[in-house]
Design a binder for this molecule. Structure first.
Ligand code: ADP
Ligand code: MG
Length: 357
C-alpha cells in the first residue's frame, strides 16, 4: 500500500517535471480528509462552524457518491462569509471553481450561451482539462436577485434565467464550444452531472415568508411550545413563494443559513482568522522590517466601529485600511527608515494617531 503510494508520488513528480500535471488541481481519487479540510476552513471562517460542516458534508457527498449530485443554496446577509467559505473549500480541495454573478445573466435570447460561459470559465480555471472541470464547482452569487424580479417582469428575466440554469442543476450534457485556434472551434460534450453547484443570496425578506408559514402551522400548539432548530429551517416552499421557479427549488438538496456576525465575531475575525485584514497589514509591515505595536483593545475598537448586521465583516477592511492610510504614505515615501510603528489610542477615529520610529 505504502509502496503503491510512493510509486504514485514518484510518477506524479515525473509528470510534474514533464509539465503534464499543470497545477495542483487533483483528481477526486486523492480527496483530502474531510476533518483536515474542515479545520483549515475554520482557521479562516469565524462564527459559521455548523454551516461549514453542512456545506462540506454536501460537497463530500457528491465526491464520494458521484451518483448523488450536490446543489447547495446558501442564504445569508452580505459579509457573513458565503463567498469566502466556498472559495476556501474549493482551494483546500484543489478543485477548480468559478464565481458567477447571477445578475449578469439576462434573457436577451442568449440564455444558452450564458450557461456555456459559466462552463467555459470553469474549464479555463481547470487549466483546460475537461475532466477536471466536470468535477469542479460553480458558485452562482446573488441568485436571490433573479427571484426578486417584479411579478409583471418575471417571464422576461427571472424565470428564463432559472430555466437556463436548470441544465446544470439537473445534470445534463451540454455542447461546449472551445476555441482551438484563431479560426476553429472544437465542440465537446460537457457532462454537468458531477458539478458542485452552489447558489448564494441574501434573500432579505425570506424570514417573513418563513414566519408566516410557521405562524400558520403553530395553530394548535400549546403556548409553551418552544420551536426546535429544525422547525425554523427554510423549506423549498418558502423559496417558491419568494419567486424561485419550482423546478429549480425542487432540485436544491441542501439549504444552509449563515449566522449573522456579532461584534465578538468581528473581534475574532481580526484576531484569529487567517483572512484577517489586520494580520495582513502586520505581516506586510514585518516583511519591511517594521514591527507593529498596539494595545489589544484596538481590536474591540475596530469591531465596534465596523459593526453593522447588514454588512457583516465587510466594513472591517474599510476601518483597517483607514487606520493604515497615513502610515503607509510615510513608509512608502521614506523606505528603509523605520523599524517600529506604534498605533496610539484613538487611531480608529483619527488616523494621525501613530508613531513611526
Ligand atoms: N465568517 C467570516 N469569517 C472570517 N472572515 C469573514 C467572514 N465573513 C466575511 N469575512 C470577510 O469579509 C469579506 C467579505 O466576505 P464574503 O465572503 O465576500 O461575504 P458574502 O459573500 O457573505 O457577502 C471577505 O473578505 C472575508 O475575508
Ligand atoms: Mg459574496
Amino acid at each position: 500500500m505504502t509502496n503503491q503510494k510512493e510509486n504514485g508520488k514518484r510518477e506524479n513528480r515525473k509528470k510534474l517535471k514533464k509539465g503534464m500535471l499543470k497545477s495542483r488541481l487533483v483528481q477526486r481519487a486523492n480527496i483530502p480528509a474531510m476533518k483536515k479540510v474542515e479545520e483549515e476552513v475554520l482557521e479562516c471562517i469565524i462564527g459559521q462552524d455548523e454551516q461549514v460542516k453542512k456545506i462540506l458534508t454536501a460537497v463530500y457527498r457528491t465526491m464520494y457518491f458521484p451518483s448523488i449530485k450536490a446543489n447547495i443554496l446558501i442564504i445569508g446577509n452580505s459579509g457573513t462569509g458565503k463567498t469566502a467559505t466556498l472559495e476556501q473549500i474549493a482551494k483546500q480541495l484543489h478543485i477548480p471553481y468559478t464565481t458567477e454573478d447571477a445578475t449578469k445573466y439576462t434573457q436577451e435570447g442568449y440564455i444558452g450561451a450564458n450557461v456555456e460561459e459559466m462552463l467555459y470559465n470553469l474549464y479555463e480555471n481547470a487549466n483546460h482539462d475537461i475532466r477536471l472541470a466536470q468535477k469542479g464547482m460553480i458558485i452562482i452569487d446573488e441568485i436571490d436577485k433573479k427571484a426578486e424580479v417584479p411579478e409583471q417582469d418575471k417571464t422576461i428575466s427571472g424565470v428564463e434565467v432559472f430555466k437556463s440554469l436548470l441544465k446544470i442543476i439537473e445534470g445534463t450534457t451540454i455542447k461546449l464550444k472551445l476555441p482551438k485556434n484563431e479560426n476553429t472551434v472544437e465542440i465537446v460534450d460537457f457532462d454537468t452531472s458531477n458539478l458542485i453547484i452552489v447558489c448564494l443570496g441574501s434573500f432579505s425578506d425570506l424570514k417573513k415568508i418563513r414566519d408566516k408559514r410557521l405562524n400558520v402551522s403553530q395553530v394548535g400548539f400549546k403556548k409553551e411550545h418552544v420551536m426546535g432548530k429544525g422547525e425554523r429551517a427554510y423549506v423549498k416552499e418558502d423559496l417558491v413563494e419568494y419567486g424561485m421557479i419550482e423546478e429549480f427549488a425542487g432540485r436544491i438538496d441542501t439549504i444552509v443559513e449563515m449566522n449573522i456576525l456579532s461584534k465578538e465575531d468581528l473581534v475574532r475575525i481580526l484576531k484569529e482568522s487567517k483572512l484577517s485584514i489586520f494580520y495582513r497589514y502586520e505581516q506586510e509591515l514585518r516583511k519591511r522590517n517594521i514591527t507593529l505595536q498596539y494595545d489589544h483593545s484596538l481590536f474591540e475598537q475596530i469591531a465596534e466601529k465596523s459593526f453593522n448586521p447588514k454588512t457583516g465583516a465587510r466594513e472591517l477592511s474599510n476601518t483597517v485600511n483607514y487606520i493604515f492610510e497615513n502610515i503607509l504614505y510615510e513608509v512608502f515615501t521614506n523606505p528603509e527608515t523605520y523599524s517600529k510603528c506604534k498605533l496610539l489610542s484613538g487611531i480608529v477615529e483619527d488616523n494621525r494617531k501613530y508613531k513611526l520610529s
